[in-house]
Design a protein around this ligand. Structure first.
Ligand SMILES: [Zn+2]
Ligand SMILES: [Zn+2]
Length: 111
């Protein structure tokens, strides 16, 4: 189900986990690093940037949602909440594959 509260908030940022410069996505909110897939717990609803937690969201898995879109599942390393972000078109395919293979932690060591 698409949230009615979705806001477009597409800004470039420096990944807090791997240090990559992540460019604007262009078609929707850039909400995670396209290299290591890490995100920051800053949204309550997608794009609203209203969450004050600001913890590191670590990918823990990948699922196919009801619209047949791949969704990355995250767990916040600070508050422990679960969070989902849609896969972006330029996400690092190797990282997604590692996530689906449960070899993501090994993959991160090679980054
Ligand atoms: Zn990163
Ligand atoms: Zn959090």
């Amino acid at each position: 189900m698409e949230s009615r509260n979705f806001l477009k908030n597409d800004t470039e940022f420096i990944c807090r986990f791997c240090g990559a410069k992540v460019e604007q996505l262009g078609y929707t909110s850039r909400d995670h690093c396209n290299i290591c897939l890490s995100s920051i717990h800053i949204d309550i609803n997608p794009g609203d940037r209203l969450n004050t937690c600001n913890g590191l969201l670590k990918p823990i898995g990948i699922i196919l949602n009801s619209k047949k879109t791949f969704v990355i599942q995250y767990k916040c390393q600070k508050c422990g909440k679960l969070h989902n972000n849609k896969v972006a078109k330029d996400d690092n395919y190797d990282a997604i594959l590692a996530l689906s293979n449960k070899t993501y932690d090994d993959y991160l060591k090679k980054l």
